[in-house]
Design a protein around this ligand. Structure first.
Ligand code: ADP
Length: 577
């Protein structure tokens, strides 16, 4: 507090053996605004002085029991060597202890008393400010080291939270980062004084709040010593936090907003002050640099890993191009040369050779399309094109007809609900599954394509054949790139091993799943589960609020069958079996 003429006001402990004199001195000082506690000497004089926690000790030299020296030393020992001591004397000043900062003769002139006390308190307050500043600087210096030495993302948030909280003697501290994609403020773990489970719950949407309310984002720094009753705060967030008092400093770089530094609850329940907030702001600037460095570092690491992955995919494709593209290319070249070099070839043979050239060219084009599509989906460059689909006519169109050795039965209940999906890609999946059913049933037989509803939100498409089937030990791999069943019969049928992998990418791109149940020599059932509205699901996934996928259907008809969910890395723990 500051009094008249810029003089700081303080608490004076006045030890005097003459109660009347003491009161008249106290009146003078109180008149200017100081607080004065008069202590009459006796056995517990030291304790009384300490109890009032003075900013200045004023003691009369005529105090003898205990001596002025004992009182002055005792008080300084307890409250710090800088506590100013003013001695009042009547007759002889020579007994004044070395600890004395000022001496005033009694009866003191009121103006002189005011002046001396004011001067001492001013010096004292300046000294305290300097001390605090150097403490803060030391703290900031130590903190910047701690931040820069912190290893990794996880350690950094914990370091910042603890260091910052300790600097302002708060019991809790946490860093909240702004997630631009989700438009959410998200508390980062580890924090200080909050459990990891608690931190997981601490998040809130930043948009859509009343402007009058503090949104922890746009309104700059904040100090609230009664957080629960503070109408500027987001009450739900404060109750999630479960704190009494808090301070928040934004972490910004220019116009860019990174997040917030939040500390809460003073260790001794004392209120936070403006000075604490200023210190927090200084620390927030340091924390911003540390968080930014860490973010850049993680981004760099992520980009590097992604590059390595792209590089691996590229090499893989180059390998495939060399292998799978060479066979048809050699055939095209061989037959073309024959036609060119043998002018006497009978017309029929020539036509047959040219048909082979055309077929191999088509095969190459398909292979090129498949590899391109895979690269686009894997690298996130593929955008699905959602439209409404009436599955009955759609499946009729997607399934190959006019097969001589196979009969195809379509089973789509009347009034089957329309779904939202990517028509071109869904057609690709259904065509691929039925073509496989035909291909891998070389002896012919019936193939069934059926659709069923699953709950209110999903549909199921199944393609059933009675062909070669799949050995149990290979069923789990088929939805991976280039995987083919390794039996003589299967390998005799030409294929690339990319079709089912593409089906899986498309199914997952729709928020769905694909799997197979099969028995060697008896046949296979490929199942495809899709949400009724994949566009909605894709949108939710972008916003990070994807509902959990439904449990897969159990293989109902053939319990002995071997089945496989497509993704070995599947995390929801469900399995079609
Ligand atoms: P492709 O037929 O071009 O090799 P796919 O990725 O569509 O590629 O299939 C991968 C492998 O799965 C096939 O090579 C085949 O061994 C096996 N497969 C697919 N569908 C069936 C089926 N209906 N019956 C038996 N095996 C199948």
């Amino acid at each position: 507090m500051i009094g008249k003429g810029g003089v700081p006001l303080g608490h004076v402990a006045l030890v005097h053996e003459d109660a009347e004199r003491a009161e008249s001195i106290a009146r003078v000082l109180r008149g200017v605004g100081h607080r004065v506690t008069v202590v009459i000497p006796g056995r517990r004089v030291l304790q009384h002085v300490l109890d009032c926690g003075p900013d200045l000790l004023m003691v009369s030299l005529s105090v003898t029991d205990p001596s002025v020296l004992t009182v002055a030393r005792g008080v300084r020992q307890a409250l710090g060597p800088d506590l100013p001591v003013l001695v009042l004397y009547k007759y002889d000043v020579s007994d004044a202890p070395a600890e004395t900062d000022e001496i005033v003769r009694e009866p003191a002139d009121a103006a002189e008393l005011e002046l001396r006390v004011g001067r001492l308190l001013k010096a004292q307050s300046e000294k305290r400010i300097l001390q605090r500043k150097s403490q803060e600087l030391l703290g900031l210096y130590k903190m910047s080291w701690a931040f820069s030495l912190a290893g990794g993302e996880d350690a950094l948030f914990g370091h910042i939270a603890r260091q910052v909280a300790e600097q302002v003697q708060a019991e809790r501290g946490v860093v909240l980062l702004y997630d631009q994609e989700r438009r959410q403020m998200v508390a980062k773990s580890p924090a200080y004084g909050f459990s990891p489970e608690h931190i997981l719950r601490l998040r809130y949407f930043v948009d859509g709040e009343a402007r009058s309310r503090w949104n922890f984002r746009k309104n700059g720094p904040l100090l609230s010593n009664k957080a629960k009753a503070d109408t500027r705060l987001l009450s739900e967030f404060v109750s999630d936090l479960g704190v009494q008092s808090l301070m928040v400093a934004p972490m910004t770089r220019g116009p860019e907003f990174l997040g917030l530094l939040l500390v809460a609850d003073r260790a001794n329940r004392a209120p936070f002050t403006e000075e604490d907030l200023n210190l927090l702001l200084a620390m927030a600037a340091q924390a911003t640099v540390a968080v930014e460095n860490m973010t850049l570092h993680s981004e760099l690491k992520r980009a590097n890993t992604q590059l390595q992955e792209f590089d691996r995919l590229k090499s893989e494709f180059v390998g495939i191009v060399a292998h799978d593209f060479r066979k048809p290319l050699m055939a095209i070249r061989g037959f073309a040369e024959l036609v060119l070099e043998e002018p006497d070839l009978p017309l029929e043979t020539r036509q047959e050779f040219m048909r082979t050239v055309i077929n191999e060219t088509e095969h190459l084009a398909l292979l090129a399309n498949d590899t391109l599509l895979i690269t686009q989906i894997e690298t996130g460059q593929f955008a699905f094109n959602w439209s409404e689909i009436d599955l009955g006519p759609f499946i009729l169109d997607a399934v190959p007809l006019g097969l001589s050795d196979h009969s195809v039965l379509m089973d789509v209940p009347a009034g089957f609900p329309k779904i939202m999906a990517d028509a071109v890609r869904l057609r690709q999946v259904i065509t691929n599954l039925t073509m496989n059913a035909v291909k891998y049933s070389p002896a012919g037989g019936s193939i069934t394509v059926r659709c069923r509803e699953r709950g209110t939100d999903h549909i199921l498409v199944e393609v059933v054949d009675h062909g070669l089937g799949i050995p149990p030990d290979q069923v789990g791999k088929l939805f991976q790139k280039f995987e083919r069943v390794r039996t003589t019969e299967h390998l005799a049928i030409s294929g690339t091993g990319l079709g089912l992998y593409i089906c899986r990418l498309i199914a997952e791109g729709h928020g769905g799943q694909i799997w197979v149940e099969s028995e060697l020599g008896k046949g296979s059932t490929f199942g495809l589960s899709l949400p009724r509205d994949a566009s909605k699901l894709a949108r939710l996934a972008r916003e990070g609020t994807t509902p959990p996928p439904p449990a897969l259907v159990a293989p109902a008809e053939n319990p002995a069958a071997t089945s496989s969910a497509p993704t070995p890395e599947k995390t929801d723990g469900t399995d079609p079996a």
